[in-house]
Design a protein around this ligand. Structure first.
Ligand code: ADP
Ligand code: MG
Length: 578
């Protein structure tokens, strides 16, 4: 359908003033403004319902995006996030009046992370599409014509001009966003070329404003990161030039140090380093391999059909841990399951913090070994598997420990945090380990063999609720409402945003449409190739949502694994083909 003129939009709204709110349906379709085209894809039923999703398309002549802002995928991502943040902030300042959500203009705010998302999508030629929602103004349940004319024909074009076109000083800031992201990509290429796990740049600010905020801590007390000489490397970046920082090498890296000296903050920066960050975040030059997964205990979570026998076997009452299912895992069983699930999904780096680990899962000291014999203890602690995971399976681990000195025996590198600054104390740690042997024995009875991947039953992933075939809602940053289920992802610490959880929900709905049982890694591959082929739009064809963000296979798997209704094919019932 060809676009009608904005003047016609004005006349139409004027004519429907005071009419039933349903008349707004006439606004569906495309409208040609001077500088852009507005698409009204769907019209809300009343002013109290979810606001109406709309899109604007801007040609290159309007956006005036410089060629340098759009010439590569990495640069476009930085540009898109810059513009989406600007639009989201500007939109939240639009004054609202009228009933319900009248006058509300909302775009998903990308936060500190730079992810492929659907709110703002610039193309290589400098054109762009932006998606957001608009609460069409009502008086009670009637059309508020004058307010609607003002909103759509004055406020909106001004918002588009302010937030989505660039001129003057903004061009510099925009280019910084594009270049910062290109540099982050270059750092990732460096990690890959040198087979490193992570890089933390000198000068980085790792601490966050608070425990519930992702913005940087600021003030005179912030200690900028400074790499210890032994672990320092220099990297040449396309825009920032030569920078230095600390590398994390493959193997077992321990982060030790006194309480409150910045250990967990460093680990959290590494967790976040699987994503790119906006300029001024403080972590824009902190990058971690994309297949690094945070592991923690999460008692109470559901576990379905996971082989945790390498860590836990011989549970009371003869429960089988080769196919472990429980609606209520303990600290140690949840942590074991989370590791096995992460490896099943393809993780090659595990990030573990003693603060959020089950103590009995991490180690068992000499005295406990003596008092509780191996035969009465189902747990093979992580300390006895961590080297094997690396040596036989190339899985590296970065581990924060304050108390469990047993880990000194298994570490390749030991970093001590002292007043927020790292020191390389590997040699000292070796000497201590020799001087004070722990006298504990390894509790490994069988070598680690990666369990066969589980096969999931698509019919156990049901996205339907009432009349809706697919019901996906994200009421807060830790909950996915999926069909009639609520999935708690609060302990999946690398989940980046609500937009990401929403996209994961749609991906689960796509998996539910599979006909046959699928091996879990294959299910993840299918979603990834769908995203490669069709982008995030492919998750919700025909609807063009503006509130989706890209996720990793690990968060998709973690969410699926926490769906309490999930069922896997019982291995015992299958012929063994492995
Ligand atoms: P640990 O895990 O060693 O006990 P945390 O990482 O939790 O310590 O850090 C303790 C406190 O210090 C936190 O409030 C954190 O925000 C703050 N912090 C961490 N790193 C820095 C830094 N470089 N500069 C200033 N404050 C920091
Ligand atoms: Mg800590």
């Amino acid at each position: 359908m060809s676009a009608r003129d904005a003047n016609e939009l004005r006349d139409r709204i004027a004519r429907m003033d005071g009419a039933s709110y349903k008349r707004y349906r006439e606004l569906r379709g495309a409208w040609r403004f001077r500088d852009f085209t507005l698409h009204v894809d769907h019209v809300q039923g009343d002013p109290y319902a979810a606001p109406s999703p709309v899109r604007v398309e801007l040609p290159p002549g309007t956006t005036k995006l410089p060629e340098e802002a759009c010439r590569s995928h990495a640069r476009r991502l930085g540009t898109a996030t810059f513009l989406a943040r600007r639009f989201a902030d500007a939109a939240s300042g639009v004054p609202r009046h009228g009933s319900g959500r009248s006058g509300e203009v909302h775009m998903e705010h990308p936060g500190q992370k730079v992810l492929p998302q659907t709110a703002v999508m610039p193309a290589a030629d400098g054109s762009l599409e932006a998606r957001f929602t608009v609460g069409l103004p009502g008086r009670g349940r009637r059309v508020a014509g004058a307010a609607a004319v003002e909103l759509l024909l004055e406020v909106l074009p001004e918002l588009v001009r302010q937030a989505l076109t660039v001129s003057g000083e903004d061009v510099t800031r925009l280019l910084t966003a594009a270049e910062t992201n290109e540099d982050a990509q270059a750092l990732r290429a460096f990690l890959e070329a040198e087979a490193l796990i992570a890089f933390v740049a000198d000068g980085a600010s790792l601490a966050r404003a608070s425990g519930v905020e992702d913005t940087p801590l600021d003030g005179a007390d912030v200690v900028p990161f400074r790499s210890p000489t032994g672990l320092r490397r220099t990297v040449e970046l396309p825009n920032a030039g030569r920078i230095t920082g600390m590398v994390v090498r493959p193997g077992i890296t321990l982060v030790i140090g006194g309480g409150f000296h910045g250990k967990s903050t460093l680990l959290r920066a590494l967790e976040a380093g699987v994503y790119d960050h906006v300029p001024d975040d403080g972590r824009e030059q902190v990058v971690t391999r994309r297949d690094a997964v945070k592991i923690r205990a999460e008692d109470g979570r559901a576990v379905t059909g996971v082989d945790i026998s390498a860590f836990i076997d011989g549970l009371p009452l003869g429960r089988d841990t080769r196919c472990f299912t429980t609606p209520n895992a303990s600290g140690s069983t949840s942590q074991a399951a989370t590791i096995v699930e992460a490896l099943e999904a393809g993780a090659r780096v595990l990030l573990v913090d003693e603060d959020t680990s089950a103590t009995n899962f991490m180690t068992r000291d000499r005295r406990m070994q003596e008092l509780v014999p191996r035969s009465g203890e189902p747990i093979t602690p992580f300390v006895d598997r961590v080297r094997e995971l690396y040596e036989a399976h190339e899985v590296s681990t970065v581990l924060v420990v304050g108390g469990a000195g047993d880990y000194l025996d298994v570490a390749d590198t030991v970093v001590r945090m002292d007043t927020y600054l790292p020191e390389d104390v590997t040699a000292e740690a070796r000497a201590v380990a020799v001087r004070h042997p722990t006298a504990r024995r390894s509790e490994v009875e069988r070598p680690w063999a990666p369990p066969r991947a589980r096969r999931i039953r698509p019919d156990s992933i049901d996205p339907a609720r009432g009349r809706r075939d697919v019901y996906v809602r994200v009421p807060d940053a830790r909950t996915l409402l999926f069909g009639t289920h609520a999935i708690d992802v609060g302990a999946v610490e690398q989940v980046a945003s609500r937009a990401q959880i929403r996209a994961i929900g749609l991906a689960l709905a796509a998996l539910a449409r599979e006909k046959d049982a699928l091996a879990l890694p294959e299910a993840l591959d299918r979603i990834e190739s769908l995203l490669e082929r069709s982008g995030l739009n492919g998750l919700d064809p025909g609807r063009r949502p503006g509130n989706l963000a890209r996720f990793r296979r690990f968060e998709l798997a973690a969410t699926l694994n926490r769906l309490r209704a999930l069922r896997t094919i019982d291995r015992a019932a299958e012929p063994d083909t492995s």
